[in-house]
Design a binder for this molecule. Sequence first.
Ligand SMILES: CC(=O)SCCNC(=O)CCNC(=O)[C@H](O)C(C)(C)COP(=O)(O)OP(=O)(O)OC[C@H]1O[C@@H](n2cnc3c(N)ncnc32)[C@H](O)[C@@H]1OP(=O)(O)O
Length: 443
Amino acid sequence: MTFDENYQIQRFPAARPGEPGFEQAVEWIRAVNHGFHQPKRTLEQITTALGVRLADDREQLGVYQRGSVAEHSFPAERPVATFGTLRKDVNIGFGKMLPALLVTAVTVRASHRRRGILSRVMREELGRAQQAGLPLAALNASEAAIYRRFGFGVSTKERKITVDVGPKFKLNHTDAGRVESVPRQVLLELAAQIFASWHAAQPGSVGRSEGYRYQAAGMGGWGNEDDDNVLAALHYDAAGVIDGYVSYRFLGWDVSPGTFEIVDFVTANEAAYLALWGFLASNDLVERVSWATAPPENPLEWALEDRRCVRLVDEKDMLWLRILDVVAALEGREYSTDGELTLEVHDRLGFGSGSYRLSVAGGAVQVIQLDPGTEGSGSQAAVPSGDADLSLDVADLASIYLGGVLPSTLLAAGRILEHRAGAALLAQRMFAVEKAPFCASHF
Ligand SMILES: CC(=O)SCCNC(=O)CCNC(=O)[C@H](O)C(C)(C)COP(=O)(O)OP(=O)(O)OC[C@H]1O[C@@H](n2cnc3c(N)ncnc32)[C@H](O)[C@@H]1OP(=O)(O)O
């Protein structure tokens, strides 16, 4: 039996209680929770989560069984697979933004796995996004072996760190502003605007869900419990303008040494960032701060007299990027140096297959699609193909696109093939961005 004989796809928005579609949205959330082995949520928690989904303008996709379902199994109204999407801008370096389809809540019920459901839905949704003119797609992956086959490449990473804020913590930073402890609820109002300043200046950043300001304030926006243990502090610059916040919780007297866990930490500039670290470290009775989503390139390490106060606990891939329109993506970038590169791009799903000549002269960017590939995506007329300088998968193009993964590393790994000596190094210099890319938005 084919997919279409067994299943049907439905797409729908979130809804509030009493509105049409509310029951369907509730069943969809329950399917997501089941897929991620999460504890059952109350209707109230699901309603809160749906409120965030509405505010984000998310689309829910469900795959439903056709005909009758197996006796005693979940009802036909409960989708066997889920796939959520929303749209946000990605900072692609030097303050430039491109819109992306963000893919989230991907689950297939265990008893329906490995029948090609994800493959079918992914191909369809990426195709629709490309048709709608979105040059990029992105996701956070639960496992690293799933998404490369669909053209997604790792573009940013994040670190879990602990910071020793005991006597060894000596920060070489003099703050021109000040820090104040504040009621956590003020972040509901302030978090989004501070994030917007950070986002505008941070390559690799993806626009944030509405849920984040609730999370920052400890107010359970994604259907979690309100958490009165969350504490908050703001940084004010010399002129009194609020330019950063940190929210955190004390892990309790049973944890030794006394530890703060960071909930959210966003600043519009490095001075506020370092000042808030100074504030965290200045708290009595606390000798450790843990942070599960820290940037790999962390100015804190270099502002400390003893950089070993920052200890790496774990590092993992964070943002997986997918280029849907190679011409638009390459044209959208600002490049760190002039140069000319011909890229032969392979794309198993066909969206970006083809050869592209990228020319940057005096900062002006021109991209010509030379060979449209099998299902090429370029908007320009095809002209005869020249010899490629580099051959690479569209997933690897996504990895080097934000400057976070070096072409020389992918060359050494055999992922990129170099046909002209020095082409990988030129790509490295051209794709470099103004600071290490980092994404602070899980979705
Ligand atoms: C963006 C996010 O939401 S990330 C969250 C992803 N979801 C989860 O981790 C929840 C638990 N897992 C699942 O629900 C499912 O196993 C999914 C969604 C990962 C895969 O769904 P399926 O319908 O089984 O995938 P499908 O049958 O289309 O498989 C596609 C390919 O991916 C491979 N694949 C699927 N899951 C995995 C995995 N976990 N690890 C490695 N490979 C995988 C399949 O073997 C297949 O390979 P092929 O193309 O070489 O034949």
